[in-house]
Ligand binder design. Sequence first.
Ligand SMILES: [Zn+2]
Length: 303
Amino acid sequence: MFLLSWHPSFILPLPKDHQFPMVKYEKVKDYLLTRTIVTSSNFTIPKLVPIEILNLVHTEEYIQKTVTGAQTEAEIRRIGFPYSSKMVRRERLICGAMIQAAENSLKHRISFNMAGGTHHAFAEYGSAYCIFNDMAVAAQYLLSKSLVQRVLIVDLDVHQGNGTASIFANKPNVFTFSMHGASSFPLKKQQSDCDIALPDSTNNAEYLTLLSTNLGQITERFKPQIVLYQAGVDLMWCDKLGRISLTTNGIRERDRIVFEHCLSRNIPVAGCIGGGYASDINLIVEAHCNTIISAKEILLKYK
Ligand SMILES: [Zn+2]
């Protein structure tokens, strides 16, 4: 079964001209359904992550401040979303979706959180549209339940997974691998277990070679029991925030490499869709949907 965790509350209206394309979460679902890539039976509703599970990653003080609306103006500005209890609930649902996708991938090989990739959230603060770190919460949940002993986080969004790197620094059960634009946000990078900082205008061939080589070496050495995959599409040539030059086909090949690599080694993959900021929303939606199409194809291949 190919299960995609999606909730209507992933979409929250934002002020006009906000650069975060909230509408994509609805458009991606519509695209997948209207082209019959999946049916409504593939979608599953995530639960709100309990506070005690958030607390496996985030500090008690930060969680309390966030859920009660006690953050300062500066803290809210660092996150970039206007504060509302609905926005906090949305982020808790995204963490719930990542946990659900992780559990489903252990049963069904690949599963997706149809939002998220909130990799700029640190243990004690949020930043850059990320309030709680969904992949970190899911990784700690799996470890706390002894469902796995080794988690590999593959973060291929154009922005470094700085929050994730910081959360798992010196934690041997979670390996953090981030390939990102050297000159993109955050300018001050954290140290992942493996960082590949890409020069501006890196093209398909250069990118895909680096990905294959590093993914091979990491899985050989670390032997992950699950991969949590941040499949952001903001490394597209026309993205407003990224400076990498992958084409739509290049991104599709990136996804195929990750899924093929993992499933051929019996490593389950739980993905999240991550960033995408091209001016043309249709390009963003197509690229995210290609990720899901690739996942489904590789899943069928290894049935
Ligand atoms: Zn990004």
